[in-house]
Design a protein around this ligand. Structure first.
Ligand code: DHB
Ligand code: FE
Length: 292
């Protein structure tokens, strides 16, 4: 059977992708940020999954105010990198896993989560920057991402956005779906976006280190309480774009210590934790958890 072995959490910022694409990772500004991912890249190589379920948000690239799915699962064969204004990033096309994605859609919808099915989609920095951080720079002419990816897009851009509790519950439903897929696949689930940042208005530039670090503690050690953090706390404490963090709860809910909203088993092993300010306007957090 398929099994989730690990979850990865990381912020995304378009400037991180640009720094990699333009060869600036060793510049003074960027060096400390990329150093926080050295362990992660080695770990990815040593523990290569068969599939990644990558929870991320689209930034009005594939979707727009014309159509706003709360949760959308990609069931396509491939996802080209989107042009976000400077041409598509020079990264490999993201290959999907149609059979597992269709199975997850079937199982999760039958568990009462109404996913939108997406058969054609371009992917923006929300999906490609986490892949680049974890896999390093790849030449799209000769290289590919290490495995297929199932995109799970969450609306955290236009209110109303889903609650942390809904996200934690969806993660559990995704795990149940994966565990009844009849092929021995090693699956990773990634939660991306965040941490504190606000890109607009009077509080543009807001960063809240103390709140971010306390939230990380809770995500890792007490995810059931973390899921109860209301939206208004994210917006007040982590800025208007800090709400991207609810996506991390989908990956956390998919870990094997939680079921039916309760802690039922041994906590996952914390393999890596990193926090760095700033990357562009954003506080970068990064965690790797492995199932016990
Ligand atoms: C930045 C952060 C984001 O999450 C994003 O989607 C776009 C820009 C930033 O800090 O520049
Ligand atoms: Fe974002």
């Amino acid at each position: 059977m398929a099994k989730i072995t690990a979850s990865v959490y990381t912020s995304h910022v378009p400037a991180i992708g640009a720094a990699m694409d333009l060869g600036k990772t060793q510049d003074d500004y960027w060096k400390p940020l990329f150093a926080g991912y050295d362990f992660s890249k080695q770990w990815m190589k040593a523990h290569q999954p068969d599939v990644i379920v990558l929870v991320y948000n689209d930034h009005a690239t594939a979707f727009s105010l014309d159509m706003i799915p709360t949760f959308a699962i990609g069931t396509a064969a491939e996802y080209p990198p989107a042009d976000e204004g400077w041409g598509p990033r020079p990264v490999p096309v993201v290959k999907g896993h149609q059979a597992l994605a269709s199975h997850i859609a079937q199982s999760v919808i039958q568990q009462d989560f109404d996913l939108t099915i997406v058969n054609k989609m371009e992917v923006d920095h929300g999906l490609t920057v986490p892949l680049s951080l974890m896999c390093g720079s790849l030449d799209p002419a000769h290289e590919a991402w290490p495995c297929p990816v199932i995109p799970l897009a969450v609306n955290v851009v236009q209110y109303p956005v889903p609650s942390g509790q809904r996200c934690l519950d969806l993660g559990q439903a995704i795990r149940r779906a994966i565990e009844c897929y009849d092929e021995d696949l090693n699956v990773h689930i990634w939660g991306t976006g965040g941490m504190s940042h606000q890109l607009q208005g009077a509080r543009a530039g807001l960063i809240n280190r103390a709140w971010d670090k306390a939230w990380l503690d809770q995500l890792i050690h007490d995810p059931v309480a973390c899921a109860r953090v209301p939206h208004i706390d994210y917006v007040r404490e982590a800025g208007s774009e800090g709400i991207e963090l609810v996506m991390w709860l989908i990956a956390r809910g998919a870990m094997s210590d939680i079921d039916q909203g309760q802690v039922i088993g041994k906590p996952p092993r914390l393999l890596h934790r990193f926090y760095h300010v700033p990357a562009s306007n954003t506080a970068v957090g990064h965690v790797i958890l492995e199932n016990a």
